[in-house]
Design a protein around this ligand. Structure first.
Ligand SMILES: Cc1cc2nc3c(=O)[nH]c(=O)nc-3n(C[C@H](O)[C@H](O)[C@H](O)COP(=O)(O)OP(=O)(O)OC[C@H]3O[C@@H](n4cnc5c(N)ncnc54)[C@H](O)[C@@H]3O)c2cc1C
Length: 480
């Protein structure tokens, strides 16, 4: 008898849940009726391929993906999310390390908001938030300009610039977010506003560093742009991995005093280490500027290549020219850890522990570490509380990136090894903070690690502009 009562109870509740789901689906479809863009629902044949982005390790299953090329669609979508009390996320380049751009019940894909309007006289560009870095570098270079941003051509400008954006001209011009002049934003009520240093200055602060799906959907940016030189010089210095410390010693001693015209990364792989840089000037001048660094660090080979700025973008993006101009997704499973080191950089013991860790990983999990030098450059000259991006007083940013090419068991082993190493490495050798663009769901106390002393101000802005957490996700700015 008791069993029958239980079965009846579950049948009734089950029916109620499934009819509530049906009702929700109907409500969602009818609420989105004014959206002109394509709507992809889980029952549509293209849904499964549509939820695959750069990282195929994680899979969210949104209730709908909306592909739009007009701002009004973004406004309707946000209004529906608010009305139906559903979460919403926006996808720009789809390169979130934890795939958070598809974490919302409603996903708005803004890839087609991709205008690029350059005002050469004012040295500004209005850049649609759906653009990727490769096409932006290309369009700007055709007009004789550049912006500072990262190296991967497929990364979206929106997620990138709203969380930071560091690359091969970072020491000269800082982060991508440092060149933002204004942003058009659809807020949690569906209203379209223009955010500048004078209008909505609290949002202007918060979006530049904590803008990823926290306060609204940015539909376009106005960036300050910078004239390109006819030629720049790409620099590659290779080192014997056993003598890696000579490179780190030279970087410590000379890195911060190198001219801003030089930006570079140190890239360590299992059996190699390379200095990869760009000098904004001629080859002869680059050779001169680097001579002391080279005699101190003793590379096994050095290569200076004079080329156009765009060709240097193609080189350090490790893509073909055509794939830089028209980037495509090549999904893989990956996991990354982020660290910052302050003052004089990582200790020799820290460097060795990183190298040993990489050497010990299974071959199914190829891993690299990239050290970006902030010290002495433009990014480090901005006050920590001038934008939401707090990581200013920094020597190196370090990214440790593992591709998970094995079977499930092997991938889980590598994933766990990376997480455990990350914890030990951070507590022994690096600062407490981490880069929010290398977002990591396994990080403890991520709020403070990503936003430091800016966190209370960011929570206060969240309360004003998204009090119902329409844009909320697991690692979004909290309300308390
Ligand atoms: C292969 C690779 C190379 C990289 N190289 C660099 C590098 O050189 N330098 C560097 O600094 N970083 C680099 N990154 C990190 C990169 O900056 C971040 O992953 C960034 O968040 C990606 O932005 P996206 O628009 O492509 O991703 P998405 O997944 O589309 O978005 C990322 C986050 O931003 C939110 N978002 C997207 N668009 C908007 C919008 N319009 N308004 C509000 N929120 C939005 C999303 O909801 C999501 O939470 C790299 C990443 C990868 C995968």
């Amino acid at each position: 008898m008791v069993l029958i009562v239980y079965i009846l109870f579950y049948l009734i509740i089950g029916c109620k849940v499934s009819s509530a789901n049906k009702l929700r689906k109907r409500d969602l479809a009818s609420c989105l009726v004014n959206v002109q863009g394509k709507k992809v629902y889980p029952s549509d044949p293209e849904y499964n391929s549509d939820i695959i982005d750069a990282n195929s390790r994680i899979m969210f299953t949104p209730s709908v993906i909306i592909h739009t090329n007009i701002v009004a669609d973004v406004q309707f979508s946000v209004s529906c999310a608010s009305t139906l009390n559903m979460s919403i996320s926006v996808r720009s380049g789809g390169h979130s390390y934890e795939k958070y751009s598809t974490a919302g019940a409603i996903v708005v894909d803004i890839t087609n908001l991709n205008q690029i309007d350059i005002d050469s006289a004012a040295k500004t560009a209005v850049i649609g938030a759906g653009n990727r870095l490769g096409p932006i570098y290309y369009a700007l270079s055709q007009a004789g300009f550049l912006i500072p941003a990262g190296t991967c051509p497929g990364v979206g400008i929106a997620g990138h610039a709203l969380g930071g954006g560091y690359g091969q001209i970072g020491r000269k011009y800082g982060l991508a977010l440092d060149s933002i002049i204004s942003m058009d934003l659809v807020d949690a009520t569906g209203r379209l506003i223009t955010v500048t240093a004078d209008e909505y200055s609290d949002l202007f602060f918060a979006l530049r560093g904590a803008g990823a799906n926290n306060y609204g959907i940015v539909t376009s940016f106005t960036f300050q742009i910078y004239p390109t030189l006819p030629k720049v010089t790409s620099i590659s210095l290779k080192y014997d991995l056993n003598k890696i410390q000579t490179l780190f010693d030279a970087t410590k001693q000379l890195g911060p005093t190198l001219p801003d015209d030089i930006s570079f990364s140190i890239v360590i792989e299992k059996s190699s280490v390379e200095f990869q840089g760009v000098y904004l000037g001629s080859q002869s001048s680059a050779t001169q500027v680097m001579s002391q660094f080279i005699s101190l660090s003793q590379p096994t080979s050095n290569q200076f290549t004079e080329e156009s700025f765009f060709d240097s973008v193609v080189r350090w993006g490790f893509q073909q020219t055509s794939d830089t101009i028209n980037p495509y997704h090549s999904p893989s499973k990956f996991k990354a850890k982020s660290f910052y080191v302050k003052s004089s950089g990582l200790s020799a013991e820290g460097v060795q522990s990183l190298v040993n860790f990489m050497k010990g990983l299974p071959t199914a999990c190829p891993t690299y570490a990239i050290f970006d030098l902030y010290a002495g450059g433009a990014a480090a000259r901005v006050e920590e509380n001038a934008t939401a991006f707090v990581h200013r007083n920094v020597f190196h940013s370090i990214e440790l990136f593992t591709t998970l090419n094995g079977d499930n068991t092997m991938n889980t082993q590598c994933y766990n090894q990376l997480n455990s190493f990350g914890e030990i490495f951070q507590s022994n050798y690096t600062d407490y903070s981490c880069y929010q663009n290398y977002i990591d769901r396994d990080l403890t106390d991520w709020q403070h690690r990503y936003y430091g002393n800016n966190l209370p101000a960011l929570i206060a802005v969240k309360k004003i502009y998204d009090p119902n957490n329409v844009f909320g996700y697991d690692q979004g700015i909290p309300l308390v």
